[in-house]
Design a protein around this ligand. Structure first.
Ligand code: SF4
Ligand code: SF4
Length: 394
C-alpha cells in the first residue's frame, strides 16, 4: 500500500461468490478449506461486504478465519452506503460488522458501491468524520471506497477525502467504463492503493467464450486460458495494488495462485497487448450495443440510467444467463443498491434529448425499448423486492 507500506498479496480472496450448496447457501466446509488453502499459499487480503450472500458472507468469514487465520490476513469489508439515513447508522453497521467478523478492527474499510449521488448523501451525513473517528479509535485501519459510477464522479470522490485506497471495476473490457484506466492512474498518482474487482467481469470473460474470441486466444505463441490472459492484463498495470478474485473452485484457486506467482507489472509484450486489444474489439462487435459507458448522454431528465441499462443488456448477451441478468438488472436499476431510486429503461419517454449527445451514435430510445422487452417484464417488481430484501439482509 503506497501510503503505509503495508505488504499485501497481489491476489485477494473475494467473498461474494463463495462455494455454495444447491439451495444457494454457503458450502461452509468447502469454502473454509478453500479460503484457508489460499491463505496458506500466501494470500493475505480477504474482502467481504454486508450484503454478500444475503448477509451470510461476513459471519462466514468470521468463522472461517478462526483458529489463527484472522491474524494472517488483512480483512476488508464495507459500509452499506445505500442503507445510511443518518450519522449514527454508520457506527451501528461498523459495530455489527466487527461482531459478525469476530474481530476488534477492520484493516481495510470501504464505503461501498459509490456513485456520485450516493457520495453526496453519505458526505452530508458525515461519513468523513465517521471514518476519521473510527480510524482514531482503531476500529478501522485504512479508509477507502468502492466505486461503480461515472468517471468524473470518481475523480471528485478521490479528491474529497484523505483516502488510503479505493476499489474499482477493471478488466480489458472496462478500460473506458466507470473509473477506467484514467481513474486507475489518477488514484495511483494521488498515492492511493488501488484494489481491483471484477478482473474477469464476473466470469463473463472466461465462461462461454465466443468462438471468434477463442480463435484469437488460440493464435497466441504461449498457450494460456482466457482467465490467465485477463488476469495478466490487469496485473500488467503497475498502478494496481491487489486484484480480487471471487474464488469458489479448487482448480481456479490453484490457477490464480500460479499466475499471481509468475506475473509482473509491464511484463506483457507488445504483441500480447495487441492480441488482448483484438479480443476487446471482438467482444465489442459481439455486444448488442456499442455503449462505452462515457456518460455523455446523462443525466436523463426522466431518470433513466442509460449506460447501466446498456451494460446489463450487453451482459445478457455475453453471459447468456437470462435469470441472473434479469435479477442484476432489477437490483442495480431498481434502487436496491446505488442511488436508491428506480432508473429503469421503461422510464424513457422518448424525448430525444440524449440522442445527439452520444459519440457512438446509438439510437438510445430505440435500444432502450429492447432493454425493456428483454430485461423487464411483468415480474420486474417482484425481482426488485427480492433484490432489496437480499441487499438489506442482516
Ligand atoms: S430519450 Fe429517453 S433516455 Fe433519452 S433523455 Fe429522453 S427520456 Fe431519457
Ligand atoms: S453517450 Fe452513448 S456511449 Fe456514452 S454512455 Fe451514453 S449511450 Fe453509452
Amino acid at each position: 500500500m503506497p501510503k503505509t507500506g503495508d505488504e499485501l498479496s497481489i491476489l485477494g480472496f473475494g467473498c461474494m461468490r463463495l462455494a455454495s450448496k444447491a439451495d444457494g447457501s454457503i458450502d461452509e466446509e468447502r469454502a473454509t478449506k478453500q479460503l484457508r488453502f489460499a491463505i496458506d499459499q500466501g494470500v493475505n487480503y480477504v474482502d467481504t461486504a454486508w450484503p454478500y450472500h444475503g448477509g451470510q458472507s461476513e459471519p462466514f468469514v468470521g468463522r472461517a478465519l478462526s483458529g489463527g487465520y484472522r491474524e494472517k490476513v488483512r480483512l476488508a469489508t464495507k459500509l452499506p452506503s445505500w442503507l445510511i439515513e443518518k450519522r449514527e447508522d454508520m457506527d451501528k453497521y461498523l459495530n455489527a460488522q466487527l461482531e459478525k467478523l469476530k474481530t476488534d478492527h477492520i484493516d481495510y474499510y470501504l464505503v461501498h458501491a459509490l456513485v456520485g449521488d450516493l457520495w453526496d448523501t453519505v458526505e452530508n451525513h458525515g461519513v468523513k468524520e465517521f471514518l476519521n473517528k473510527a480510524k482514531a479509535e482503531g476500529r478501522i485501519k485504512n479508509a477507502g471506497f468502492s466505486f461503480h459510477g461515472a468517471s468524473e464522479d470518481f475523480k471528485r470522490i478521490v479528491d474529497a477525502h484523505d483516502w488510503d485506497f479505493c476499489q474499482i471495476q477493471y478488466n480489458f473490457l472496462d478500460g473506458r467504463n466507470q473509473a477506467g484506466t484514467k481513474g486507475l492512474k489518477y488514484a495511483a498518482k494521488k498515492g492511493l492503493g488501488v484494489v481491483i474487482m471484477e478482473p474477469l467481469r464476473g466470469g463473463n470473460l472466461t465462461r462461454n467464450v465466443p468462438p471468434a474470441v477463442q480463435k484469437i486466444w488460440d493464435g497466441a505463441a504461449i498457450k494460456r486460458t482466457p482467465a490467465e490472459w485477463a488476469l495478466r492484463w490487469v496485473w500488467n498495470h503497475p498502478e494496481v495494488t491487489v486484484v480480487l478474485s471471487g474464488m469458489n473452485d479448487e482448480m481456479h484457486i490453484r490457477e490464480n495462485l500460479r499466475v499471481a506467482g509468475q506475473t509482473h507489472p509491464n511484463s506483457l509484450t507488445k504483441t500480447e497487448l495487441q492480441m488482448v486489444h483484438s479480443v476487446e474489439k471482438k467482444y465489442r462487435e459481439l455486444m448488442k450495443v456499442g455503449c462505452t459507458g462515457c456518460q455523455y448522454c446523462m443525466p436523463c431528465p426522466n431518470g433513466v440510467n442509460i449506460p447501466l441499462c446498456f451494460e446489463e443488456y450487453n451482459n445478457l448477451y455475453l453471459n447468456g444467463n437470462a435469470e441472473v441478468e434479469k435479477f442484476m438488472y432489477a437490483a442495480r436499476l431498481g434502487g436496491a443498491v446505488g442511488t436508491g431510486k428506480p432508473e429503469f429503461a421503461s422510464l424513457c419517454v422518448k424525448c430525444g434529448e440524449c440522442v445527439d449527445k452520444c459519440p457512438q451514435h446509438i439510437e438510445i430510445p430505440v435500444v432502450l425499448e429492447s432493454v425493456v422487452e428483454e430485461l423487464e417484464g411483468s415480474d420486474l417488481e417482484q425481482r426488485v423486492a427480492m433484490a432489496k430484501q437480499a441487499f438489506k439482509q442482516t
